[in-house]
Design a protein around this ligand. Sequence first.
Ligand code: C2E
Ligand code: MG
Ligand code: MG
Length: 577
Amino acid sequence: MACGSQPSSDPAHLSEVERRYRTLVEQLPLVVYVDALDATSSNIFTSHQVEPMLGYTVDEWQTDPALFVRLLHPEDRDRVIEAHARTHRTHEPLSVEYRLIGRDGSVVWIRDDGVVVLGDDGEPLYLQGYLLDITAEREAQAQLRMQALYDALTGLANRAFFHEQLEHAVSLRKEAGQQSALVYVDLNEFKEINDQHGHTVGDEVLAILGRRLKSLIRAGDSVARIGGDEFAVLLEVVSEPAEAAVVAERLLEQITAPITASGHEFALRASIGISLGDNGIDLLKQADAAMYRAKSQHDSDYAFYDDALDREALDRFKRIAQLRRAIQEKQFTLAYQPVVSLEPLEVVGLEALLRWQHPEHGEVAPLDFIPLAEESGLIVPIGRWVLREACLYASRLRSSLGRDLEIAVNVSARQLQHPEFVEHVDAALAFAELPAHLLTLELTESVLVAAGERVELRLDALKQRGVKLALDDFGTGYASLAYLQRLPVDVVKIDRSFTAKIDSGEDDLALLRGIVGLGKALGLQLVAEGIERVAQQGIVHDLGCDGAQGFHFGRPTTAAEATQTLTEQAVADLGRG
Ligand code: C2E
Ligand code: MG
Ligand code: MG
């Protein structure tokens, strides 16, 4: 005892001692508690500091035995309950750090130290301890950790942290054929920005770029700033080299898009090196070497370390460059194929189908270049052109025929994921002066499967304008039923593979009957694709399809031919009428 006096049973002396201790306990910058060692650890004493710390009064604390457990942060709950149970069991001291949620929702970090107090007979009496608020200490630690692991300018992982992530990635168990990939980015001539505009502007450019690169990365992958103007992306698991090439292309897309900083517009360029493997040190060395190769070769901005892969990458890069040139040099055209209603039998619309008039290879079919356009992001400008061109043609055709015709345009996932996709559609309709209800956007099941909340909002916005949505190639993708119910689709186009043999095989007919029944039950309009013979036409009509499309009604033709055919039909109808 501090005063050094003899213990006394004198009541006046005891109350004096109690007063002294109470004052001391109440002055401490922490909460002192005494809990019973019963099943619910019922609270015997809690000092009043608990109220400023957590917002709950001593009274609430003592009358609500479940309060403590409720306030425990869910991530800490089990660990803390276990630590308390252990102390109850073994009577070992308690020492644990955890989070409690205060009345105002704030997170309070606590250090909880307690000891089991024993009576004169050695029997445990109660648990006595204190709760110390260590939030500031924890925040400082977190801050230090941030500083140690992240680059302050861009918020990306720094070199040290990146090396940790790399070691982790290569140590992951992978399936046969899978490996990690390192994509190493070096900005070209970045020094000139610093030299000409100063470091503050240079920093601003890097910070903007850092944000762009971060938004690009899939879950599980990581991006870091390795040095002044060097960045690296780590793909934990890739199954084929093309996945890394796609990442390199997206990085280049983001890096080369103009950056405005301090009133200046900057166009950055970069060289990218890619390595694949399962050894961290080799990956770093090889990606660096590949990056130098990309710098020295003038045909491509990225290179693989591996020679064979590099040749493929070069080829791919050249094809992308050709596609880019095709946009600039207006090498794309649209073919139009009639879509008919079956009852009465007449042309109700046209589907616009993209063609590439390649200067050396002649006409290239969409399936031969659309996948690459999608992977490289070029489908966005190409798709914008398609929308504009198709709406314009439909509007002109409508005026010259003097009747409404629908126009269907195919849309890729990458287009729908673009934040301004709805604006692109609006602009195309406005430019062409085409009513929205005459436009149908054809989406494939894969588009819908990949759709997130934002894509769904965009689809809703389009629907509100009156634009129709069709699910294309129905039956070739995955589990479409759920999507059909959730998404605002008006039309389902049944894929050619389901209609090809209906006039010769019973099984195919049964399958088609099932699909049509399903679509009807969901209240959808059904269009049968790939109708090449009159017998198929009869069957899909009898099954209850609303519309059809196929060589039997007309092949895809140029705009001029489509106009001519429809005009001649109109004249013939007039003659008949
Ligand atoms: P799709 O949207 O299902 O278009 C129908 C495809 O089937 C067209 O091929 C068309 O020529 C073909 N076809 C139509 N009727 C028949 C028939 O009776 N028999 C046979 N055997 N084939 C028929 P195409 O033009 O080669 O287009 C292929 C796919 O490329 C399209 O399938 C569509 O998914 C995609 N595509 C076309 N244009 C665009 C576009 O502008 N943007 C996007 N994102 N994709 C497009
Ligand atoms: Mg289509
Ligand atoms: Mg189709």
